[in-house]
Every structure is written in structure tokens, then in C-alpha cells.
Design a protein around this ligand. Sequence first.
Ligand SMILES: Nc1ncnc2c1ncn2[C@@H]1O[C@H](COP(=O)(O)OP(=O)(O)OP(=O)(O)O)[C@@H](O)[C@H]1O
Ligand SMILES: [Mg+2]
Length: 245
Amino acid sequence: MRSDNKLAKILVQLDTGKTEDDEGYGNSSRTSKINKLQMDDGSQGMTGQVPGQRQVLELDELAFTQGSHFMANKRCQLPDGSFRKQRKGYEEVHVPALKQVPFEDKEELQPIDKLPKYVQPVFEGFKTLNRIQSRLWRSALESDENMLLCAPTGAGKTNVALLCMMREIGKHINEDGTINADDFKIIYVAPMKSLVQEMVGNFGRRLACYNLTVSELTGDHQLTREQIAATQVIVCTLKMGHHYT
Ligand SMILES: Nc1ncnc2c1ncn2[C@@H]1O[C@H](COP(=O)(O)OP(=O)(O)OP(=O)(O)O)[C@@H](O)[C@H]1O
Ligand SMILES: [Mg+2]
């Protein structure tokens, strides 16, 4: 089939996995291969893609294959004061609550009303950023550097994600407060499909005052080209991320 020019073109567009021809097939070579195919006949191909420069993100290559099976700790030592109780059919492990590390000399919580004005509506109802967010907000909001935040459940990581989104949104706000909503897309990858709707609800509410649209893109909820064009924040799973380039 690959010898048939038309079919080969479709195959390259659809193929997200590697084949023997694709050995060492990195992002750039894949993109240029697709671009070349598009240029060969001067068309945009048969994929219904919006004209313009396209970038292919190989999410598979970014994925950490060991996922939640990864255990960096070779030894598991419980903190002082922990104890175990054998019960019928299960074991109870009691771990004392962590004591909060005292604030450093100049460390303080960042008041929401001292954040840049355009960010404040996202944090309506919050008085200050919490400790982790207060440490991170400048990196999230004032730089495009990658960020890795590892914090326990309930630590407030979602607000850090929102700060990162506001970084991008802030680049497209005009002086009169309007937003050039067609000039950017934000993709939020949730670890599980069950979390996608929850995040769409959360982000949708928090970004509604900016007139931004948040949509779900999963196996259960596909988006048409028009819907994608009308959406600024796409919440998907890693699996569905393949289909959006
Ligand atoms: N600055 C803040 N002030 C007060 N409450 C906050 C603040 N930031 C987050 N919260 C609240 O803390 C709770 C947990 O936040 P969040 O869901 O973002 O945690 P998480 O780190 O994403 O947890 P998980 O790992 O379970 O997803 C939420 O109810 C959120 O509203
Ligand atoms: Mg979370």
C-alpha cells in the first residue's frame, strides 16, 4: 500500500506508531516527511487539516514508560512514631502527621490581590496562594521554562496548572482586555479519562470570565475540526493526545 502515493500519504498522517522504515524517526524528521508529502502536490493533503504550519508532538516518546510502577526508593522506612497493627485480613499502618516546616525569614503567602490584575479573576474566592503556589507563581507566570511539581494529593497543583495557563493566555490579551482566542491552544493532559470531565468543569468555570472555551477530547467525546477551532483549552488523556497535532 505504501507504494500507492495517495494511500501512503494517508498512512503517514495516521501512523503514530513506529514501523521498520521509521527507525530513528524523531519529531523533526516526521514533521518534515509530512510537510514534504504535502508539498509534493502543492496541496494540504487529504486530511482536512487547517492550512498552516503543523507540528507533530510524539506523546509516546515523552511518556515515562514505567509510569506508576516506578519505585525510586529501594528501602521503605516509616517516619519516627509510626506503628503497625495486624488486623484480621489487613494491616494498619499509622504514620504521625507531618509537622509544618516553619516559614523562612522572608517567606510569605502571595495575596491574590497582589498578583497581576489579569490573573486575579481565576483565583476568585481565594485570599492567598498557598505555600507551594507562593513559591512557584513567578516561575509559572513569568517564564516559559518547563516545570516539574511533585506534591501530595490536595497540595493545590491545579492552581499551579492554572497559573501556567494564565502565562499563555496573558500573551494574547490586548490593551482593551480582549483576548486573541484564535492565536493559542492549551492542552491539559489528565492521567485518567475519569478525571477529564472534572478538569473540564473546573477549568471551564474558572476561565469563563475570559470567554474561553474548555473542551473534553477523549475516546468518549470527540471534537470536530470546528469545535477544536472554537476551543482554547483542550483536556485530554495521553492516548487521545496522539490524535491532536
Ligand atoms: N491557595 C489556595 N487557598 C485555599 N485553598 C486552595 C488553594 N489552592 C488550592 N486550594 C484547595 O485545595 C484543594 C486541593 O487542590 P487540588 O485539587 O489542586 O490539589 P492537587 O494537588 O491537584 O491534588 P491531586 O494530586 O489529588 O490532584 C482544592 O479544594 C482547592 O480548592
Ligand atoms: Mg490535581
